[in-house]
Design a binder for this molecule. Structure first.
Ligand code: BTN
Length: 309
Protein backbone atom coordinates (compact mmCIF):
# COMPACT_ATOMS: atom_id res chain seq x y z
CA UNK A 1 0.00 0.00 0.00
CA UNK A 2 2.90 2.37 0.78
CA UNK A 3 4.89 1.18 -2.22
CA UNK A 4 7.57 -0.39 0.00
CA UNK A 5 9.49 -3.47 -1.01
CA UNK A 6 9.41 -6.57 1.20
CA UNK A 7 13.01 -5.87 2.17
CA UNK A 8 12.17 -2.30 3.30
CA UNK A 9 9.23 -3.54 5.35
CA UNK A 10 11.46 -6.23 6.87
CA UNK A 11 14.10 -3.62 7.77
CA UNK A 12 11.52 -1.36 9.38
CA UNK A 13 10.12 -4.27 11.38
CA UNK A 14 13.60 -5.22 12.55
CA UNK A 15 14.20 -1.65 13.75
CA UNK A 16 10.89 -1.66 15.62
CA UNK A 17 11.80 -5.01 17.22
CA UNK A 18 15.21 -3.70 18.23
CA UNK A 19 13.47 -0.75 19.89
CA UNK A 20 11.62 -3.19 22.13
CA UNK A 21 8.29 -3.72 20.37
CA UNK A 22 6.92 -7.27 20.13
CA UNK A 23 5.47 -7.63 16.62
CA UNK A 24 3.51 -10.71 15.62
CA UNK A 25 2.91 -11.71 12.02
CA UNK A 26 -0.68 -12.50 11.03
CA UNK A 27 -1.05 -14.67 7.97
CA UNK A 28 -2.19 -12.79 4.85
CA UNK A 29 -2.79 -9.65 6.85
CA UNK A 30 0.43 -8.18 8.16
CA UNK A 31 1.69 -7.57 11.68
CA UNK A 32 0.27 -6.52 14.98
CA UNK A 33 1.67 -5.40 18.29
CA UNK A 34 2.03 -8.50 20.47
CA UNK A 35 2.56 -8.35 24.20
CA UNK A 36 3.36 -5.01 25.79
CA UNK A 37 6.95 -3.81 25.36
CA UNK A 38 9.24 -4.29 28.36
CA UNK A 39 10.78 -0.88 27.99
CA UNK A 40 9.68 2.71 27.69
CA UNK A 41 8.92 3.41 24.07
CA UNK A 42 8.57 7.12 23.26
CA UNK A 43 7.12 6.58 19.76
CA UNK A 44 4.49 4.27 21.19
CA UNK A 45 3.67 6.74 23.96
CA UNK A 46 3.36 9.50 21.32
CA UNK A 47 0.95 7.36 19.28
CA UNK A 48 -1.15 6.54 22.34
CA UNK A 49 -1.11 10.19 23.36
CA UNK A 50 -2.49 11.25 19.98
CA UNK A 51 -5.46 8.98 20.63
CA UNK A 52 -5.91 10.39 24.14
CA UNK A 53 -5.63 14.07 23.29
CA UNK A 54 -7.02 14.49 19.79
CA UNK A 55 -3.53 15.09 18.54
CA UNK A 56 -2.67 18.11 20.67
CA UNK A 57 0.88 19.19 19.86
CA UNK A 58 3.40 18.22 22.50
CA UNK A 59 7.01 17.16 22.04
CA UNK A 60 7.91 13.85 23.67
CA UNK A 61 11.47 12.97 24.61
CA UNK A 62 12.10 9.64 26.25
CA UNK A 63 15.02 7.60 27.45
CA UNK A 64 15.24 4.40 29.38
CA UNK A 65 17.90 5.94 31.62
CA UNK A 66 18.71 9.60 32.13
CA UNK A 67 20.41 11.72 34.82
CA UNK A 68 17.21 13.60 35.66
CA UNK A 69 14.21 14.42 33.47
CA UNK A 70 14.33 17.92 35.01
CA UNK A 71 17.98 18.39 34.05
CA UNK A 72 17.31 16.98 30.56
CA UNK A 73 14.39 19.40 30.20
CA UNK A 74 16.67 22.29 31.11
CA UNK A 75 19.17 21.19 28.46
CA UNK A 76 16.42 20.96 25.84
CA UNK A 77 15.21 24.44 26.78
CA UNK A 78 18.76 25.74 26.38
CA UNK A 79 18.82 24.18 22.90
CA UNK A 80 15.67 26.14 22.06
CA UNK A 81 13.22 23.22 21.88
CA UNK A 82 9.62 24.32 21.40
CA UNK A 83 7.22 24.04 24.35
CA UNK A 84 5.17 22.29 25.53
CA UNK A 85 7.29 19.19 25.76
CA UNK A 86 7.64 16.26 28.11
CA UNK A 87 10.73 14.27 29.08
CA UNK A 88 10.09 10.73 30.29
CA UNK A 89 12.46 8.15 31.73
CA UNK A 90 12.28 4.75 33.41
CA UNK A 91 15.41 5.35 35.49
CA UNK A 92 17.25 8.44 36.75
CA UNK A 93 20.85 8.39 37.95
CA UNK A 94 20.52 11.81 39.61
CA UNK A 95 16.80 12.21 40.32
CA UNK A 96 16.14 15.59 41.94
CA UNK A 97 13.78 15.93 44.88
CA UNK A 98 12.44 18.93 46.73
CA UNK A 99 14.75 21.03 48.94
CA UNK A 100 17.85 19.72 47.16
CA UNK A 101 17.19 16.11 48.10
CA UNK A 102 17.82 13.05 45.96
CA UNK A 103 14.83 11.30 44.40
CA UNK A 104 15.44 7.54 44.47
CA UNK A 105 14.80 6.59 40.83
CA UNK A 106 15.71 2.95 40.17
CA UNK A 107 14.82 1.08 36.99
CA UNK A 108 11.97 -0.73 38.70
CA UNK A 109 9.01 -0.14 36.41
CA UNK A 110 8.41 3.39 37.69
CA UNK A 111 7.77 6.63 35.80
CA UNK A 112 9.78 9.81 36.01
CA UNK A 113 8.68 12.76 33.90
CA UNK A 114 9.01 16.51 33.49
CA UNK A 115 6.52 18.59 31.53
CA UNK A 116 7.67 22.00 30.32
CA UNK A 117 5.40 24.92 29.54
CA UNK A 118 5.64 28.62 28.76
CA UNK A 119 2.61 30.09 30.48
CA UNK A 120 1.86 33.63 29.41
CA UNK A 121 0.99 34.62 32.96
CA UNK A 122 2.25 36.87 35.75
CA UNK A 123 4.15 34.81 38.38
CA UNK A 124 1.53 35.60 41.04
CA UNK A 125 -1.01 33.53 39.10
CA UNK A 126 0.99 30.33 39.58
CA UNK A 127 0.63 30.02 43.33
CA UNK A 128 -1.67 27.04 43.47
CA UNK A 129 -0.21 25.33 40.40
CA UNK A 130 1.54 22.36 42.04
CA UNK A 131 -1.40 21.71 44.35
CA UNK A 132 -3.77 21.77 41.38
CA UNK A 133 -1.62 19.36 39.37
CA UNK A 134 -1.40 17.08 42.42
CA UNK A 135 -5.17 17.11 42.85
CA UNK A 136 -5.64 16.16 39.21
CA UNK A 137 -3.12 13.33 39.53
CA UNK A 138 -5.01 12.13 42.65
CA UNK A 139 -8.20 12.13 40.62
CA UNK A 140 -6.42 10.17 37.85
CA UNK A 141 -5.09 7.60 40.34
CA UNK A 142 -8.35 7.19 42.20
CA UNK A 143 -10.86 7.28 39.37
CA UNK A 144 -9.02 5.73 36.45
CA UNK A 145 -6.61 3.35 38.13
CA UNK A 146 -8.52 2.62 41.35
CA UNK A 147 -5.45 3.47 43.40
CA UNK A 148 -6.62 5.45 46.45
CA UNK A 149 -4.32 8.42 46.97
CA UNK A 150 -4.40 11.74 48.80
CA UNK A 151 -2.38 14.92 48.46
CA UNK A 152 -0.23 15.95 51.38
CA UNK A 153 0.64 19.64 51.21
CA UNK A 154 2.69 20.77 49.43
CA UNK A 155 3.74 18.06 46.98
CA UNK A 156 3.36 14.46 48.14
CA UNK A 157 0.85 11.90 46.97
CA UNK A 158 0.24 9.29 49.64
CA UNK A 159 -1.51 6.01 50.12
CA UNK A 160 -2.05 4.97 53.74
CA UNK A 161 0.57 7.48 54.81
CA UNK A 162 3.20 6.08 52.41
CA UNK A 163 4.62 8.01 49.50
CA UNK A 164 3.32 7.00 46.09
CA UNK A 165 4.55 10.03 44.20
CA UNK A 166 6.38 13.32 44.58
CA UNK A 167 6.17 16.50 42.51
CA UNK A 168 8.75 19.17 41.85
CA UNK A 169 7.84 22.47 40.19
CA UNK A 170 10.51 24.93 39.10
CA UNK A 171 9.90 28.20 37.32
CA UNK A 172 12.08 30.72 35.57
CA UNK A 173 10.68 34.14 36.15
CA UNK A 174 11.44 37.57 34.66
CA UNK A 175 10.52 40.71 36.60
CA UNK A 176 6.81 40.39 35.91
CA UNK A 177 6.55 37.43 33.65
CA UNK A 178 6.74 33.67 33.87
CA UNK A 179 9.22 32.45 31.28
CA UNK A 180 9.33 28.69 31.72
CA UNK A 181 7.62 26.30 34.02
CA UNK A 182 8.95 22.80 34.72
CA UNK A 183 6.61 20.36 36.39
CA UNK A 184 8.27 17.09 37.42
CA UNK A 185 6.61 14.03 38.83
CA UNK A 186 7.94 10.67 39.94
CA UNK A 187 5.46 7.86 40.49
CA UNK A 188 6.18 4.50 42.05
CA UNK A 189 4.34 2.35 39.53
CA UNK A 190 5.51 -1.27 39.54
CA UNK A 191 8.33 -1.09 42.08
CA UNK A 192 8.79 -3.64 44.81
CA UNK A 193 9.40 -1.01 47.48
CA UNK A 194 10.16 -3.65 50.14
CA UNK A 195 13.47 -4.22 48.29
CA UNK A 196 14.46 -0.56 48.66
CA UNK A 197 16.83 0.77 51.34
CA UNK A 198 15.06 0.35 54.72
CA UNK A 199 14.45 4.05 55.42
CA UNK A 200 12.70 4.41 52.03
CA UNK A 201 10.97 1.02 52.11
CA UNK A 202 9.12 1.92 55.30
CA UNK A 203 7.79 5.17 53.78
CA UNK A 204 7.10 4.27 50.14
CA UNK A 205 4.49 2.29 48.25
CA UNK A 206 3.84 1.60 44.57
CA UNK A 207 0.67 1.50 42.48
CA UNK A 208 1.23 -2.22 41.90
CA UNK A 209 1.43 -2.87 45.63
CA UNK A 210 -1.82 -0.98 46.23
CA UNK A 211 -3.79 -2.37 43.28
CA UNK A 212 -2.25 -5.87 43.39
CA UNK A 213 -1.63 -5.77 39.63
CA UNK A 214 1.12 -4.54 37.34
CA UNK A 215 0.68 -1.47 35.12
CA UNK A 216 1.86 -1.15 31.50
CA UNK A 217 4.29 1.74 31.58
CA UNK A 218 3.82 3.15 28.07
CA UNK A 219 0.05 3.20 28.33
CA UNK A 220 0.27 4.74 31.80
CA UNK A 221 2.75 7.38 30.62
CA UNK A 222 0.48 8.43 27.74
CA UNK A 223 -2.52 8.66 30.02
CA UNK A 224 -0.56 10.66 32.63
CA UNK A 225 0.80 13.10 30.03
CA UNK A 226 -2.74 13.63 28.71
CA UNK A 227 -3.94 14.33 32.28
CA UNK A 228 -1.10 16.79 32.95
CA UNK A 229 -1.72 18.66 29.69
CA UNK A 230 -5.42 18.94 30.44
CA UNK A 231 -4.74 20.06 34.04
CA UNK A 232 -2.26 22.67 32.80
CA UNK A 233 -4.74 24.06 30.28
CA UNK A 234 -7.40 24.29 32.99
CA UNK A 235 -4.96 26.14 35.19
CA UNK A 236 -3.92 28.66 32.55
CA UNK A 237 -7.47 29.48 31.40
CA UNK A 238 -8.57 29.85 35.03
CA UNK A 239 -11.27 27.15 34.85
CA UNK A 240 -9.47 25.20 37.62
CA UNK A 241 -10.98 27.69 40.08
CA UNK A 242 -14.37 26.05 39.62
CA UNK A 243 -13.08 22.63 40.77
CA UNK A 244 -10.15 23.34 43.05
CA UNK A 245 -12.05 23.52 46.35
CA UNK A 246 -14.07 20.40 45.67
CA UNK A 247 -10.96 18.38 44.81
CA UNK A 248 -9.13 19.82 47.80
CA UNK A 249 -11.95 18.66 50.09
CA UNK A 250 -11.78 15.24 48.49
CA UNK A 251 -8.03 14.67 48.48
CA UNK A 252 -6.44 16.86 51.18
CA UNK A 253 -4.53 14.46 53.44
CA UNK A 254 -4.09 16.80 56.38
CA UNK A 255 -7.52 18.19 57.17
CA UNK A 256 -7.97 20.52 60.15
CA UNK A 257 -5.60 18.57 62.37
CA UNK A 258 -2.64 19.21 64.61
CA UNK A 259 0.58 18.87 62.64
CA UNK A 260 4.30 19.35 62.98
CA UNK A 261 5.94 21.41 60.25
CA UNK A 262 9.68 21.11 59.70
CA UNK A 263 11.11 24.17 57.96
CA UNK A 264 14.66 25.36 57.40
CA UNK A 265 14.22 27.35 60.59
CA UNK A 266 13.22 24.34 62.68
CA UNK A 267 10.09 22.52 63.74
CA UNK A 268 6.79 24.22 64.47
CA UNK A 269 3.68 22.70 66.01
CA UNK A 270 0.28 23.97 65.04
CA UNK A 271 -3.24 23.19 63.97
CA UNK A 272 -4.19 23.48 60.33
CA UNK A 273 -6.66 26.27 59.59
CA UNK A 274 -6.72 25.66 55.84
CA UNK A 275 -5.16 26.79 52.62
CA UNK A 276 -4.31 30.44 51.99
CA UNK A 277 -5.21 31.96 48.59
CA UNK A 278 -1.56 31.83 47.63
CA UNK A 279 -1.41 28.06 48.29
CA UNK A 280 0.34 28.45 51.68
CA UNK A 281 -0.67 26.41 54.70
CA UNK A 282 -2.35 28.42 57.45
CA UNK A 283 -1.57 27.20 60.97
CA UNK A 284 -2.73 28.30 64.40
CA UNK A 285 0.40 28.12 66.51
CA UNK A 286 0.56 27.15 70.16
CA UNK A 287 0.75 30.80 71.26
CA UNK A 288 -2.59 31.40 69.51
CA UNK A 289 -1.17 33.37 66.58
CA UNK A 290 -1.89 32.50 62.95
CA UNK A 291 0.87 32.08 60.40
CA UNK A 292 1.01 30.99 56.75
CA UNK A 293 3.85 28.75 55.57
CA UNK A 294 4.99 28.21 52.01
CA UNK A 295 7.35 25.29 52.33
CA UNK A 296 8.34 22.59 54.75
CA UNK A 297 7.57 18.99 55.59
CA UNK A 298 4.32 18.31 57.36
CA UNK A 299 4.14 15.32 59.65
CA UNK A 300 0.76 13.99 60.39
CA UNK A 301 -0.45 11.10 62.42
CA UNK A 302 -0.54 8.21 59.94
CA UNK A 303 -3.64 6.79 61.63
CA UNK A 304 -5.38 9.97 60.53
CA UNK A 305 -4.42 9.46 56.90
CA UNK A 306 -5.58 5.85 57.06
CA UNK A 307 -8.95 7.08 58.20
CA UNK A 308 -9.43 8.85 54.95
CA UNK A 309 -8.76 5.71 52.91
C1 BTN B 1 9.95 15.33 46.12
O1 BTN B 1 9.04 14.72 46.68
O2 BTN B 1 10.98 15.67 46.72
C2 BTN B 1 9.80 15.67 44.66
C3 BTN B 1 10.29 14.56 43.79
C4 BTN B 1 10.15 14.86 42.32
C5 BTN B 1 10.82 13.80 41.49
C6 BTN B 1 10.60 14.00 40.02
S1 BTN B 1 10.99 12.54 39.10
C7 BTN B 1 10.84 13.42 37.62
C8 BTN B 1 11.46 14.79 37.85
N1 BTN B 1 12.88 14.71 37.58
C9 BTN B 1 13.60 14.87 38.68
O3 BTN B 1 14.85 14.83 38.73
N2 BTN B 1 12.81 15.10 39.72
C10 BTN B 1 11.40 15.10 39.34
Amino acid sequence: MFGLSRVSVWNILEKLRESGLHLEGIRNKGYRLGRDPDRLHPALIAAMLELETDNSPVGLYGAQTIDSTHSAAERLLAEGVKTPFVVIAAEQSHGRGRLGRVWHSPDAGNLYMTAVFRPDLPPGRMQRFTLWMGLRVCEWLNRIHKVPAVLKWPNDLLHSGRKLSGMLTEARIDADHMRELLFGIGINVNADTAAWPPDLASRAVSMREVAARAFELNRLAASLVATLLCAYRGFVDGSFNRNFDQLWQRYDAIGANPVGLTTRQGRIEGTVLGLADDGGLKLRLRDGSTQTFHSGDVSINSAMVDNRY
